[in-house]
Ligand binder design. Sequence first.
Ligand SMILES: [Zn+2]
Length: 52
Amino acid sequence: MPITDPEKLRIALEHRFNYKICRKCGARNPPRAEKCRRCKSKNLRPKKYKAK
Ligand SMILES: [Zn+2]
């Protein structure tokens, strides 16, 4: 079932892509995380949706 409402689609994409990846262990962290929840590294990179 395709999402036709652009507002709902935007929210869905934000939730799907708005998080951070640890460069050390690859764990997924919340978008506001200061450090990795698995290895406590501060080496996080944001993973955000890129519009095509
Ligand atoms: Zn980590």
